[in-house]
Write a protein that binds this ligand. Structure first.
Ligand SMILES: *[C@@H]1O[C@H](CO)[C@@H](O)[C@H](O)[C@H]1NC(C)=O
Ligand SMILES: *[C@@H]1O[C@H](CO)[C@@H](O)[C@H](O)[C@H]1NC(C)=O
Ligand SMILES: *[C@@H]1O[C@H](CO)[C@@H](O)[C@H](O)[C@H]1NC(C)=O
Ligand SMILES: *[C@@H]1O[C@H](CO)[C@@H](O)[C@H](O)[C@H]1NC(C)=O
Length: 302
C-alpha cells in the first residue's frame, strides 16, 4: 500500500466516523437522561410540577407543534408548560412541526423551522437537538439534519410507554415498562438515554415517579440530567448557548399551590452564560469534514 492510498484510507475512516450522526447513548458516566416525546400536552404541566420538587433532576422534551389534539400551537397552557420546563433548565428539543419527516428536503426544512419558531416564540430559544418522529431518520434525513446543524438524538432504552395496545391495560402497561426498566437498571450500565412520552397520563403519574423515587438509581450514584449534559455539552442545547435554571433554586423557591399558575415565581434568565464552546467545536468539526472531503476528491481525481 503506498502512502497516498494509506492517507486516503485514514481520511475515509475519519469521515465515516464523523458521519455517524445518530446519537443513542450518553457519554458521561453515571448519567440518566429522561426524554419525553410528542408533547407538550395535557399532562406536561403536571409532570413539570412534579419534577421541580426534585432539584437534582433535569429532563428533556422533544416537542411537536401539531400532533396530538388539541395542538400545542393552539393551547396556551401547553405553551406555558413548555416555557416553564425551559426556564427550569430542562432541555427543549424538536421533533418537527407535525411529527413527520417530509420526503421533500425543502418541506423538511420548513417543518423544522416552523417548529423552531414555535419553540422560540414561547421560550426565547431555538433548539439544537432533534429527535426523529416515528423512530426513523434514514441516511438522507441524517445528512440533512447534520447539514442544518442539529444533533440527532435517539435512545438506548425504550420504555414503549405509548404502546397501550400491546399491554392491554393501563396497569399492565405501567408494569411492563417498570419491569423492563428494573431489568436494564439492574445491569448498572454507564449511562441511560431513556425514551418516554409526556402524552400519557400514566407515564407522568406512575412510571416517572417510579423511576425517580423507587428505582434506587439515585442511591446508586446516578444523576438525572438533560441530554446535552449527559453528552458533556450542557451549554449546547440551544443556538444561544445559554443554560437556564442553575441559580433558580438558590435565589428563589418555586411555589405551586394546587397547580395554581398565579402562584408561580418569576423565573430569571441566567445571564452569566456565555456562548458555548460546544457550538464552536461542532462547527469546526463540520468544516474539517468538508475540507477532508476535498482532499480525498483531489487525490482521487488527480
Ligand atoms: C464508569 O464508572 C464505572 C464505575 O465507577 C467504571 O467501572 C467505568 O469504567 C466507567 N466508565 C467510563 C466510560 O468512564
Ligand atoms: C393490538 O394488540 C393486539 C394483541 O396484541 C393485536 O392483535 C392488534 O393487532 C393490535 N392492534 C393495533 C392497532 O396495533
Ligand atoms: C391523570 O391521572 C391522575 C392520577 O391518576 C388523575 O388524578 C387525573 O385525573 C388524570 N388526568 C387525566 C386528564 O386523565
Ligand atoms: C389562585 O391564586 C389566586 C391569586 O393568588 C387566587 O385568587 C385564586 O383563588 C387561586 N385559585 C385557586 C384555584 O387556588
Amino acid at each position: 500500500m503506498n502512502s497516498i492510498t494509506f492517507i486516503i484510507l485514514i481520511i475515509t475512516i475519519f469521515i465515516t466516523y464523523v458521519e455517524t450522526t445518530i446519537i443513542s447513548s450518553c457519554t458521561q458516566n453515571k448519567t440518566i437522561a429522561l426524554t419525553f416525546d410528542d408533547g407538550p400536552f395535557k399532562h406536561t404541566r403536571e409532570l413539570i410540577e412534579y419534577i421541580i420538587k426534585y432539584h437534582d433532576v433535569k429532563v428533556s422534551f422533544f416537542v411537536v407543534g401539531k400532533f396530538h389534539y388539541p395542538y400545542a400551537v393552539d393551547d396556551e397552557s401547553y405553551q406555558y408548560a413548555m416555557k416553564k420546563a425551559h426556564d427550569f433548565g430542562y432541555q427543549i428539543g424538536s421533533q418537527t412541526y407535525t411529527h413527520e419527516i417530509p420526503k421533500d428536503k425543502k418541506k423538511f426544512k420548513e417543518s423544522l423551522t416552523k417548529n423552531d419558531d414555535f419553540i422560540e416564540k414561547y421560550t426565547g430559544d431555538r433548539p439544537k437537538y432533534f429527535r426523529a418522529p416515528k423512530e426513523n431518520c434514514d441516511k438522507e434525513c441524517q445528512s440533512n439534519i447534520e447539514e442544518w446543524g442539529y444533533k440527532l438524538i435517539q435512545w438506548d432504552v425504550d420504555t414503549k410507554d405509548w404502546d397501550l395496545n400491546a399491554s392491554g391495560s393501563v396497569e399492565r402497561r405501567v408494569q411492563d415498562s417498570v419491569n423492563y426498566l428494573e431489568n436494564v437498571f439492574s445491569e448498572e450500565r454507564d449511562s441511560y438515554l431513556i425514551r418516554l412520552h409526556d402524552t400519557q397520563n400514566y407515564t407522568v403519574h406512575e412510571i416517572v415517579p417510579w423511576i425517580i423515587e423507587k428505582s434506587g438509581m439515585k442511591e446508586k450514584g446516578y444523576r438525572f440530567v438533560t441530554v446535552a449534559e449527559c453528552l458533556g455539552e450542557k451549554k449546547n442545547m440551544y443556538n444561544s448557548g445559554k443554560v437556564y435554571g442553575d441559580d433558580m433554586y438558590v435565589h428563589q423557591v418555586p411555589v405551586v399551590v394546587n397547580g395554581n399558575s398565579t402562584s408561580n415565581i418569576n423565573i430569571i434568565d441566567n445571564q452569566q452564560n456565555i456562548k458555548s464552546e460546544g457550538v464552536k467545536n461542532l462547527n469546526s468539526l463540520l468544516s474539517l469534514k468538508y475540507l477532508l472531503s476535498f482532499i480525498v476528491l483531489f487525490f482521487l481525481l488527480r
